[in-house]
Design a protein around this ligand. Structure first.
Ligand code: HEC
Length: 102
């Protein structure tokens, strides 16, 4: 697991410099709706339907971001948000569509 070690080392280094997002290995099962995926993988941070936590914090419902940007965010994460490498592009775009409709 040399790769993992390297990644961990890189993360620790990045953490000292700028903060490092984690990786979440959540994997949706086939046939899940975007609603279910969001409830399982995202709502713990973003609230039900992306409505936010503690008021407006982390609200992403009705996002103006393009589906591609949302998909990028899911795949790569952010400064704090973990990356979800096991959510494929198709599911990510369905999540983006779902969020816009909230
Ligand atoms: C551990 C908490 C956490 C989880 C779980 C999480 N997010 Fe996030 N998300 C954040 C944080 C914190 C930010 C803003 C800062 C950053 O980029 O790290 C963010 C930002 C975003 C943004 C960008 C919002 C903007 O205005 O630019 C989108 C889109 C997003 N998340 C979608 C999702 C989706 C979809 C999921 C589920 C697959 C998810 N998030 C799961 C914490 C989380």
């Amino acid at each position: 697991m040399i790769r993992t070690t390297n990644t961990t080392a890189a993360c620790l280094l990045a953490l000292m410099l700028a903060g490092c997002s984690d990786v979440n290995d959540y994997k949706p099962t086939a046939g899940m709706t975007a609603t279910d995926i969001f409830a399982e993988a995202c709502s713990s941070c973003h609230g039900d339907g992306g409505s936010g936590k503690f008021g407006f914090l982390l609200k992403i419902a009705g996002t103006e971001a393009a589906a591609k940007e949302v998909a990028e965010k899911i795949l790569h994460g952010g400064h704090i948000m973990p990356a979800f490498p096991n959510i494929d592009e198709q599911d990510a775009e369905r999540l983006a569509t779902y969020l816009k409709a909230q």
